[in-house]
Design a protein around this ligand. Structure first.
Ligand code: PLP
Length: 366
């Protein structure tokens, strides 16, 4: 007997998440120098870590023998002040991936359904499947969420809808008015998980206030992260805003110390570093122009993006990916997102973008 056969079928059916290739791995595989490799594969912040966060980490090192504050008091206070949300409406997570899982654990059971869009963030099917609930993937429209189709997919069994806004890996944005109308029209027993990992990158004219919506929609959970514009992907901190009762349930199913002490301290400090966020946004805006400008010139079709990355059509994307790797440039294949002809590139520093663009031109022309 194989013990693994005893695991539930829905666990055995899980397709593992495919992360971006780490720099040391490529260096080992190709015999390249790590210093000569650029990684634009995981939507990380090319500016690195905010100096304020770095100092907070250094101050906290001496405390590592102690358990972290399991309630994350200081970080919740910082978030409460920054966003005007009461601390009892905040859930902290080991990355927002953790928070997405907490939402699923708090509300889903086998027999219930959760809806998400095709080409949406890969973690939604994972957290739904791990519980044995049924994931329902709704076809996309122009690579973005088709909200009317998602509305039609709702059944008696639907308990959760995931929406990434902007979405990864497509970079598409559902306009605020459409999103608000969608949430308003949902049955009250359907929980909406609105994943806003890239919210801080939105240009002024596309911004909207989902936190205000929380006052009207008790079934709304908004998730955000410190992994992207705040530059703390390696530390793993994310959070959710929800109604107090919902936040309480999510807090009951989390691990007691799910966010480590360095992460708590760094996140609180990063939140106060407005200058770092402004610079990150500005570098992203300029880099997005730089990259899409050249893509246009090369006649490469891309999906206009509201995030810190852009997905473009690369024909035989797997082959282009390998050619780029040989030139020391790591981007992200997204075949597992149902986009086998696309590659996704994260916006980097100007020099990194230039190297990527030169390598891409070579990869696609020979
Ligand atoms: C990167 C990303 C996240 C953030 O994940 P963390 O666990 O916070 O690092 C969440 N949602 C989407 C859509 C993302 O692309």
């Amino acid at each position: 007997m194989d013990l693994c056969d005893l695991a539930p079928g829905y666990i055995r059916a899980i397709a593992p998440y495919q992360p971006g290739k780490p720099i040391p791995e490529l260096a080992r595989e190709m015999g390249l120098d790590e210093a000569g490799i650029i990684k634009l594969a995981s939507n990380e912040n090319p500016l690195g870590v905010s100096p304020l966060a770095q100092r907070a980490i250094e101050r906290t090192l001496a405390e590592l023998a102690r358990y972290p504050d399991g309630n994350g008091f200081d970080l919740k206070q910082a978030l409460a002040k920054h966003y005007g949300v009461a601390p009892e409406r905040i859930v902290l997570g080991n990355g927002s991936n953790d928070v997405l899982e907490l939402a699923a654990r708090a509300f889903l059971t086998p027999g219930l359904e959760a809806i998400y869009s095709r080409h949406a963030f890969a973690v939604y099917p994972l957290v739904v499947q791990a519980i044995g609930a049924r994931g329902v993937e709704v076809p996309a429209r122009d690579f973005g969420h088709d909200l009317p189709a998602m509305r039609r997919a709702i059944t008696q069994k639907t308990r959760m809808v995931f929406i990434a806004n902007p979405n990864n890996p497509t970079g598409t944005l559902v306009p605020a008015a459409e999103l608000e109308a969608f949430i308003s029209a949902l049955p009250g027993e359907v929980v909406v998980v609105l994943d806003e990992a890239y919210n801080e990158y939105l240009p002024e004219q596309a911004r909207y206030d989902s936190i205000v919506w929380l006052g009207r929609f008790p079934n709304l959970i908004v998730t955000r992260t410190f992994s992207k514009v705040y530059g703390l992907a390696g530390l793993r901190v994310g959070y959710a805003f929800a109604h107090a009762g919902v936040a309480d349930l999510m807090n009951r199913v989390r691990q007691p110390f799910n966010v480590n002490s360095l992460a708590l301290a760094a996140a609180a400090a990063a939140l106060e570093d407005g200058e770092f966020v402004r610079r990150s946004r500005e570098i992203n805006r300029a880099g997005m122009e730089q990259i899409t400008g050249v893509l246009r010139r090369l006649g490469i079709e891309f999906i206009p993006s509201f995030g810190n990355f852009v997905s473009f059509r690369a024909g035989d994307a797997a082959a282009a990916f390998r050619k780029l790797l040989k030139m020391g440039v790591i981007v992200r294949p997204i075949a597992s997102y149902g986009m086998p002809e696309h590659l996704r590139v994260t916006i980097g520093l100007e020099t990194e973008n230039a190297r990527f663009l030169a390598a891409l031109e070579q990869a696609l022309t020979r």
